[in-house]
Design a protein. Sequence first.
Length: 148
Amino acid sequence: MKVILQKDVKDLGKIGDLVNVKEGFARNFLFPRKLALVATENKLSEWTHLKKMSDIKKKKAMVGRQEVIGKMQGITLNFKLEAAGESEKLFGSVTNMDISKQLESNGYQVDRRDIHLPEPIKQLGQHKAFVKMGEGLEAELTIVVEKA
């Protein structure tokens, strides 16, 4: 029996997937919990239309992300921090949130969860950070931390 999932179901699929399940499983588990709908002709045509629209939106978003990543590649961000000890160690650290705010002030809208640091930035000097926006889109940033 073909069903369209209304919610994510572990070991079966994600929301919106068209899956083939046994009739008893659908009738006794999926339908009572409103996890799936029967894939009738009307529902299938609606599902294919929504899938096409979703794919078009994903492609547009991907093009937008590619432009942002292209512009952002190789940017150098400077941080001047007063809280540095004698051994060039910072009393705090430069976080993803700090980098995100600095990028925002430069005109790039990047979520802090998309910024990846190989190691925490806790010393003065030059460091690398990566902005990963999914599906192979990645930009490398240079972070320069100086004493104010």
